[in-house]
Design a binder for this molecule. Sequence first.
Ligand SMILES: [Zn+2]
Ligand SMILES: [Zn+2]
Length: 84
Amino acid sequence: MSAGQVDPPARGSSFEIGIECPHCHEPWLRPSNLPGRYRCVNCLHRYELLSACPDCGSHATIARMSHTSDLQCSSCGAWMLTEI
Ligand SMILES: [Zn+2]
Ligand SMILES: [Zn+2]
């Protein structure tokens, strides 16, 4: 039996690919080890999660990074991220 086989990342694990990078529009935005910080592993841009929408000023309830919707304003759909 071969033990050297690498399994693909488990579905439904702690992290799923799917957060789109506002810069390169590839789904490689990953939370960094700092809370509220994200990094795109494709273009290597870094982002910080804003507490209020830069467009309409609507405040977001940031529970946890999970889905793209958490990173976008629920009112106007603008990205709640700022490049750092
Ligand atoms: Zn990117
Ligand atoms: Zn907004």
